[in-house]
Design a protein around this ligand. Structure first.
Ligand code: SAH
Length: 213
């Protein structure tokens, strides 16, 4: 598959749809216009890649809906050079959006099949996350902590304590919390012990599961 002018046109339209749904961060919108989402999906879905919808990827997982990716990315308030931890590499689309925002990205995936596939894909495409890890994101990545922000792209039944503890002071954790349906939740670390919590609407994610597979 290639990236063509037609794809670029569809991405511009997708960015307009996201603006209509309330996304305002111009860097995030620019990243949506740049990252070729159709290349992160199975070729049979290519025709649908620029609809604002989630689609199946390998290992029964999904590539997140563009609105969700934009919404979470906006909440992270990424600045160039920020160290960002992503839990749930999946297709790598969210990772690529973070790289486009000039973050240093550490990303963890628990499904071996997806980890291998997406890691190869990053290499092929020239995307360079700092680290792509096969492991359990519940534990975070203590050896690379603290992070400016952490994004969880699977529905967490509860907030992993390890993730809160790996934030810098002033750092942000964006995590969908809940079982069937999740509430997008933002934690800001105000001091060593204090966290501010904001709840920002309902979403649906595949579940955050423990241990590797
Ligand atoms: N960011 C991805 C979303 C993929 S869906 C994208 O844009 O494509 C969520 C992913 O989280 C799945 O690939 C799933 O296998 C992974 N996941 C679930 N629990 C996990 C855990 N504990 N650690 C790491 N990854 C996990």
């Amino acid at each position: 598959m290639r990236d063509t002018l037609k794809h670029r046109g569809m991405r511009n339209k997708l960015a307009d749809v996201l603006i209509a749904k309330g996304i305002v961060d111009s860097n995030v919108l620019e990243a949506i216009r740049k990252v070729p989402r159709h290349l992160f999906m199975d070729s049979s879905f290519e025709g649908h890649a620029y609809q604002d919808k989630a689609f199946p990827i390998a290992a029964d997982q999904t590539i997140s809906q563009p609105y969700t990716v934009a919404f979470q990315s906006e909440l992270l308030q990424v600045e160039p050079g920020h160290k960002v931890l992503e839990i749930g590499t999946g297709s790598g689309y969210q990772t690529a959006v973070l790289l486009q925002l000039k973050a240093k990205v550490y990303t963890i995936e628990r499904q071996l099949e997806l980890f291998k596939k997406t890691n190869l894909f990053f290499k092929k495409m020239g995307y360079r996350p700092k680290k792509v890890i096969f492991g359990d994101g519940y534990k975070g990545l203590p050896q690379a902590a603290p992070f400016d922000s952490i994004i969880v792209t699977a529905g967490a039944p509860e907030v992993p304590k390890a993730l809160l503890s790996q934030l810098k002071i002033g750092g942000r954790l964006v995590i969908p919390v809940g079982a069937d349906e999740q509430i997008m939740t933002l934690f800001i670390r105000n001091s060593e012990k204090e966290f501010e919590k904001k709840e920002l609407g309902a979403f649906r994610f595949v579940p955050l599961l423990e241990d590797k597979n």
